[in-house]
Design a protein around this ligand. Sequence first.
Ligand code: HEM
Length: 474
Amino acid sequence: WNFPPGPPRYPIIGSLLSIEKYGSHLILQATKLIPQFPKMVGFFAGQMRVVIINDFDLAKKMAFSDTFSGRLIGMYTETMRGYNRNIGVISTQEFGFGNKGMWSIIADEAGIIVTDLKTQWDGQDLMVNQTFNISVLNILFKIVSGKRYRPDDPEMKELMRVLALVFKSAYIEEVFPILQYTKFTRELYGHSQKQLLTQTFKSMFEQVIQEHEQKLHTKESPEDFIDVYLQAKEGNDLFTKEDLIGICMDFFEAGGETVGSTLSWVFLYMSLNPEVQEKCRKEILQSLGVREPTMDYRGSVPYTEATIMEIQRCSSVAPSGLEHKALEDTELDGYTIKKDTLLFYNINAFFMDRDYWGDPEEWLPVDTLLFYNINAFFMDRDYWGDPEEFRPERFLNDDGSKTLKIERFIPFGFGKRVCMGESLAKAELFIFTIMILQNLRIKISANHAKPDPGQYEAGITRSPLPFHVTLEAI
Ligand code: HEM
């Protein structure tokens, strides 16, 4: 039938050979194929159909349509991802993701890690390698279950290790189930690690929920997300315990790596752009001094906000978002999309569109690029522009007093399945970045290679490979 065009497909293995040829991240591969398939590219994995949408308007149409709002159940949490999104959204709103109580939880956690870095690493070279992941997971633990773990807790460390592994290997195996048939390919793509993660999380949350159930009626008011959900569940069949486990697992899987990796990118881009870093710090010290940041300060530090946005754009931490599954046979841009086809939108392509982001006169030949050289290499120069330039000003109005709303800037996706943790993530990035800059100067190390944005690991998320910076306490 009229399936969107893509690389060659063969019986049984589908497009597997072409995929292998282009590396391990479907989205970055699709970006490479943009000159041939500018709007969308179709892949086949046996019976599984995957479409990656490169065109922004088409992606918007897809993301806002009910027909394309399914998820691949069992993606990485076995049977859990089928939960009712509305229930998740209602519960997060009710509990107030991003509200004032949340801000102090975030600031407490940021304070602990920043003080640690300041006292232990002043004048020294720090290897940035998941440095903030434990703080971010602790924020989630606190919000969801009221618990907090010590950074050296062995259970927590193991969880972080497996979580990082899963994110690096995710998708390729689900999209190409054929890879699950041999032990070698299963291990290559982290199958058992994913199962381990699922089991670890599942049993952990089962136990935590049970503890909450026992104490629920002894509390005057709900103390955390699980309490809120359990209270709403009483007498309402729509709220199930299985869904609660699913939502908790999704928060940890979607909300740990993403924010942790973005904070690593903050260190990387700040070290490479000392003048931007100083400008942010000056603005922060003028507006807040050394006071603890809250989201009420948004608007009074526009340059810092624009810098965080530019870091999110350049690092493209979730380059494809998550899969959208067609819920029925339908049509998109003249092509037939059969039920159960998986669709991704190419956020990475939107962020790297030269026609949109401009600066053509600042275009550098591929070999001389400092930022994103691998992505630039993937891209057709005639079609894709010079978004490699790190320039927070693109997010500011003419006099620099306000950040701009730019339609194509969608790090959290858009439409029916937009990120459920957007407000929490924004608060985390804002508060952490400010507290880091209030306390630390981040410099390129004289003893190690310069951090390179082109050195990254891409799975579901895109995180920098470990790199060194020198820290200076302020
Ligand atoms: C910088 C950090 C983050 C980025 C860049 C990010 C990005 C995204 C994107 C692109 C999607 C897919 C949207 C779509 O498919 O249309 C998504 C989904 C999701 N995110 Fe985030 N996210 C971040 C942080 C968080 C946090 C902190 C949480 C929660 C604690 C969270 C929870 C979720 C959930 C539950 C979904 C699935 C929603 C659904 O299936 O309907 N995310 N995120």
